[in-house]
Design a protein around this ligand. Sequence first.
Ligand SMILES: Nc1ncnc2c1ncn2[C@@H]1O[C@H](COP(=O)(O)OP(=O)(O)OP(=O)(O)O)[C@@H](O)[C@H]1O
Ligand SMILES: O=P(O)(O)OC[C@@]1(O)O[C@H](CO)[C@@H](O)[C@@H]1O
Length: 303
Amino acid sequence: MIYTITLNPSIDFIVPVDQLKLGKLNYMNDEYKVPGGKGINVSRILQELTTSSTALGFIGGFTGNFIIDFLEKRNLKTDFISISEDTRINIKLKSSSETEINGRGPSISSDESSKLLSQLEKITANDFVVLSGSKPPSLPADFYEKVIKKVTETGARFAIDTTGDALMQSLAYQPLVIKPNQHELEDLFGVTISTNEDVIKYGKKLLKKGAQHVIVSMGADGAILITNNGVYKGTSPSGTLRNSVGAGDSMIAGFLSIYLTSQNVLEAFKMSIAAGSATAFSHDLATRNKIDNLLSEIEITTL
Ligand SMILES: Nc1ncnc2c1ncn2[C@@H]1O[C@H](COP(=O)(O)OP(=O)(O)OP(=O)(O)O)[C@@H](O)[C@H]1O
Ligand SMILES: O=P(O)(O)OC[C@@]1(O)O[C@H](CO)[C@@H](O)[C@@H]1O
């Protein structure tokens, strides 16, 4: 079984406003709400790619109920830990450019966090765990590391998509894949990255620290995959950017959907870009059809 863990889910409140006037009353052209949080997005895309998963994490309040209802209506398996505070609402403002305002997230009690750690005792060596997104501030700084220790002690493998120290600390446990975007890679090393050579240089440092596959995503400029067996560049297909929210999560799901069944790294990389771009070209997350239609447009070259 694949488990996705979202410590800090959200309702993504998508707010399109034609011409945003700051400091004035603006009306939305449209509005819609979708479940968000990176692990939940990974589960949704895995489902599109006919790969079953169970979404874990902390869920609470009326916002949490919205997420559970949405996922259950679509037959997505969930086993969330119920918390007493409300799950956050993240605002995705779409005007001439995209502006995101993410909530900090609810307070998680030590009883609630222990429940999640105990839940991980059911994981076996055949399982795969995807850890994605931020941690609510009330959880201890080393919470991800605690989760990773529990997971890897069972022999299960994992992937992680988070930032900063939590990502750096995870590398010693050899995640199968990590996917920083170019800005996250810059932040990790406190540098500015402007060439493919820079991406490769810093990507290789992450590999040396323990990651097995490093995908650095670069929006419309595609992505670079750095592995111990080679470095590859994948082009992004061209299309109209509608929504970059969840494009990175779609890449993780795309990669895993192929890699975990065939171990074919380059096909997995191709699928990850197709899924990322299909989401970027959609209003919500990508559909299977859209992903399949983009696959043939992606070119992978060895660098
Ligand atoms: N304008 C675009 N045109 C084509 N593909 C795109 C575009 N923007 C994003 N993508 C696709 O989505 C992938 C991920 O995009 P990006 O590098 O922005 O990731 P991210 O910042 O992690 O995304 P997220 O917004 O989910 O955090 C890219 O590698 C590419 O395949
Ligand atoms: O605050 P985090 O956990 O880093 O990111 C949360 C989030 O921005 O990421 C997803 C897209 O990747 C959205 O569904 C969600 O709102």
